[in-house]
Design a protein around this ligand. Structure first.
Ligand code: G1P
Length: 290
């Protein structure tokens, strides 16, 4: 489906987290502003959503996260400076960021979990299906991962991105079980947030990409605190799964968990090696270090 024809026009980016896995830098820099090469992680998520037809991004932020909205806003002083110096290329680059899409921010006053963050976005979403992208999960794919989910979406249903993980790692993820409708599509009947390997219903983990129906908000409002004392999106989705309304989609693409140092290094090298201007010199640097 072409991006413009896709039915999901709003994406929620929960970016209120404190980034404790990446301290100390995240003490004063939002983790989503850490660069992969020369673009912050958040830009990869916004670009992915826009490439899938999204026109409006709702960022759920917290105190100290102003840099995120600023990045996608106009910067008249910088633009004027670049204009006066005749730096056309950089001017176009800076402007292209504010032209990507509409960005609105909503504050999550308390850190009560991912489910609570999504519920906080409600006034910015309205009564329509919407996408959720967790910016930590960066996916490099030929077709945007969230676009793959939107293409697998049907009215009234939710779609979650699935990836096989080693059983020993299930406690890092939401895990789904159900019936396979095709090699890449599961009709999900059970969902558990971060189960111990012995209790995991399968080794199919949720990656941070979702398409959600608007009635998820009412379900989230009634969802009690779950794992970690937080309101979990997985628990609200489990209520939809019981109604047979959740599709699991195994997506094509390479996923990086940039919320921890090694995953971020992995992603940094991956994207740097794809850059024609950097690949050669980078290979020399790596050789020097090995
Ligand atoms: C969140 C979700 C989890 C999902 C994961 C994907 O967990 O709660 O279900 O598998 O994202 O990255 P978090 O990593 O934010 O703790």
């Amino acid at each position: 489906m072409s991006p413009a024809a896709r039915p999901v026009k709003t994406a929620v980016l929960p970016v209120a987290g404190l980034g404790t896995r990446f301290l100390p830098v995240t003490k004063s820099v939002p983790k989503e502003m850490l660069p992969l090469v020369d673009r912050p992680c958040i830009e990869y998520a916004v670009a992915e959503a826009v490439a899938a037809g999204v026109e409006r991004v709702v960022m759920v932020v917290s105190r100290g996260k102003e840099a995120l909205a600023d990045y996608f806003d106009r910067n008249p002083l910088l633009e004027q400076h670049l204009e006066e110096k005749g730096k056309e290329e950089q001017l176009a680059l800076v402007r292209s960021l504010s032209d990507m899409c509409d960005v609105v921010t909503i504050r999550q006053g308390e850190a009560l979990g991912l489910g609570h963050a999504v519920l906080t976005a409600r006034p910015g979403v309205g009564d329509q299906p919407f996408a959720v992208l967790l910016a930590d999960d960066v996916v490099d794919a030929e077709r945007p991962a969230i676009g793959q989910l939107i293409d697998a979406w049907e009215p009234g249903r939710a779609v979650v991105a699935l990836m096989e993980v080693p059983r020993a790692e299930t406690r890092k993820y939401g895990v789904c079980a159900g019936e396979w409708l095709s090699p890449d599509r599961m009709s999900v009947s059970a969902m558990v947030e971060k189960p111990d390997p012995a209790d995991a219903p399968s080794n199919h983990a949720i990656v941070g990409r979702y398409v959600l129906p608007p009635d998820i908000f009412e379900i989230l409002r009634r969802t009690p605190r779950g794992r970690g004392g937080e309101i979990q999106l997985t628990d609200a989705l489990a209520a939809l799964a019981v109604q047979g309304r959740v599709t699991g989609k195994v997506f094509e693409g390479q996923r990086f968990d940039t919320g921890n140092v090694l995953g971020w290094l992995d992603a940094t090298l991956h994207f740097a090696r794809k850059r024609p201007d950097l690949a050669g010199p980078l290979a020399e640097i790596i050789a020097r270090h090995s």
